[in-house]
Design a protein around this ligand. Structure first.
Ligand SMILES: Nc1ncnc2c1ncn2[C@@H]1O[C@H](COP(=O)(O)OP(=O)(O)OP(=O)(O)O)[C@@H](O)[C@H]1O
Length: 270
């Protein structure tokens, strides 16, 4: 058992999230590759508690690979990743479960189970991590639907019966099933029309503010980056090239950052 976990157990009975000041997630010297191909090299990153961090970068730069490495789904070759103070590479089974209970993930395309109803999808993490009665799980699923702005009658629908925007909301409800402190969102507004995307952005910003949720969001959506992100990280040259506020991005002189934030497409927004 790590010292951190032992201390948490002693002080709180359950682990607290107050680790490393306000840093919820830190990556140091992370290298990830497939065969001879190195995707990320010596990458450093800090995610602060309560922030909405937007992750951008050219196609194929490794945004999804990094997210999967943080989640422990893709192995890294070197480096350390700590989430809530725990290094998952060294964590015990119990510590890993503790961390998994505190994060929620919305994968690209929503990734709901097509053979399960919305309610059953939301209850998947509950079944895995909690020991609750079916009645309580139904009540909780209802609350999550409300939280993401879906009507209660969506509970018994299958994903194929939902619009794209509703699928995103249902996936978010599932990511929030265990009241996480941190959510990972992989391109949450892709495929939504601008009005749907703006509504989804507003929902994420509200949840972050009201629940104190930390949001790690991979996105190509310039509107999201401008409207809800506290900071933006740019992935390029196998590492985090720059990280800062949107104002800092707008002033940055790196050619890719300039063309992304001040290029023709970006300026069309104004
Ligand atoms: N399991 C894997 N095996 C081999 N190569 C992989 C694997 N997963 C990802 N890659 C490669 O890693 C690189 C980064 O992929 P990744 O999906 O992280 O990019 P991305 O930045 O998320 O791109 P996009 O914005 O287009 O979604 C790509 O060249 C991809 O082909």
């Amino acid at each position: 058992m790590s010292e951190q976990f032992a201390e948490d157990q002693k002080v709180h009975g359950v682990p607290s999230i107050e680790h490393d000041g306000d840093i919820l997630l830190s990556a140091r010297g992370v290298t990830v590759g497939f065969g001879p191909k190195i995707i990320l090299q010596d990458l450093d990153l800090d995610v602060r508690k309560g922030e909405i961090l937007g992750f951008v970068g050219g196609s194929g730069t490794g945004k999804s690979v990094l997210m999967r490495a943080i989640l422990g789904l893709t192995p890294k070759r070197t480096g350390t990743i700590k989430v809530f103070g725990y290094d998952l590479a060294k964590a015990s089974e119990q510590e890993r479960k503790t961390v998994e209970r505190r994060w929620g993930v919305l994968f690209q395309q929503g990734a709901l189970f097509s053979s399960l109803t919305v309610k059953q999808n939301i209850q998947v993490p509950m079944r895995e991590h909690l020991n609750l009665s079916p009645r309580l799980m139904d009540e909780l699923a209802g609350l999550k639907l409300e939280l993401v702005g879906l009507p209660q009658d969506a509970a018994d629908k299958f994903p194929s019966e939902l619009s794209g925007g509703m699928v995103k909301r249902a996936s978010l409800a599932r990511a929030l099933a265990l009241d996480p402190d941190l959510v990972f969102l992989d391109e949450p507004t892709s495929g939504l029309d601008p009005i749907g995307a703006a509504a989804f952005d507003k929902l994420i910003a509200n949840l972050s503010e009201t629940l104190g949720l930390t949001v790690y969001m991979v996105t190509h959506d310039l509107d999201s980056l401008h409207s809800i992100c506290d900071r933006i990280a740019v992935l390029g040259e196998k590492r985090v090239l720059v990280i800062g506020t949107i104002d800092e991005m707008m002033k940055n002189e790196h050619p890719w950052v300039m063309s992304y934030f001040r290029g023709e497409r970006a300026l069309r927004r104004f």
